[in-house]
Design a protein around this ligand. Structure first.
Ligand code: G3P
Length: 214
């Protein structure tokens, strides 16, 4: 399973990448706004840190505008993946970019049918938003399972990229559901390392070592 980091914060990306667990990066307009620099500069800076897929989202809502933005973003680096919204225009753009050999990530996926449409248009990734489904009382993880089953039924190559991950249990459940990728905020990546018994165990080993020196 691959891990992407879901952030536009370069320090977070550098730190998490140094841990050896980050395979790529996802951004969105909210994360770019938070980073406080223009999108192209941000994506370029990220490409200098991480050698892996970097999702950059279009802002246009019409397919023509999306494609214009996509071609500009794709020029930044070979690892750029164009993030498109799950709309009819997004699907038109996705279809064209697939033909052009440009990688895509269809975002704001909240149903298995939406994922199916994206796969039929050759999307490289679909991003089901787990946490936002949980927020409205649905079970985000169930959606991952449904998409996995559909993609396996028809041998779609589109990868499932579990997004809107809010805590470490979402990561574990995504892995159990055989999501290809999870895009994880820095804070949650950090949580994955921790277990109270690891901390207690290490303290005891070190204390015993100290005692042995006396
Ligand atoms: O990158 C999109 C997604 O991960 C957003 O997550 O927490 O804003 O629902 P969240």
């Amino acid at each position: 399973m691959e891990f992407f980091i879901d952030t536009g914060d370069l320090e977070e990306i550098k730190t998490a990448y140094s841990w050896g667990i980050v395979d790529g990066v996802t951004t969105n307009p909210s994360l770019v706004a938070k980073a406080g620099i223009d999108q192209k500069t941000l994506i370029k800076n990220i490409s200098e840190i991480v050698d892996g897929p970097i999702s950059a989202e279009v802002i246009s809502t019409d397919s023509k505008g999306m494609l214009e933005e996509a071609y500009e973003l794709a020029k930044i680096h070979k690892n750029v993946v164009i993030k498109l919204p799950m709309t009819k225009d997004g699907m038109i753009a996705c279809n064209q970019l697939s033909k052009d050999g440009i990688k895509t990530n269809v975002t704001l996926i909240f149903s298995a049918n939406q994922a199916l449409l994206a796969a039929k248009n050759g999307a490289t990734y679909v991003s089901p938003f787990i946490g936002r489904l949980d927020d409205i009382g649905q079970t985000g993880m169930q959606l991952i399972g449904e998409i996995r089953e559909i993609f396996d039924n028809f041998a779609f190559e589109t990868k499932i990229l579990a997004a809107s991950i809010r805590h470490s249990d979402h990561v574990k459940a995504s892995a159990i559901m055989a999501s290809d990728v999870a895009t994880v905020p820095f804070k949650v990546l950090e949580q994955l390392f921790h277990h109270p018994l690891t901390k207690i165990g290490l303290e005891k080993f070190l204390a015993d070592h100290e005692k042995s020196l006396k």
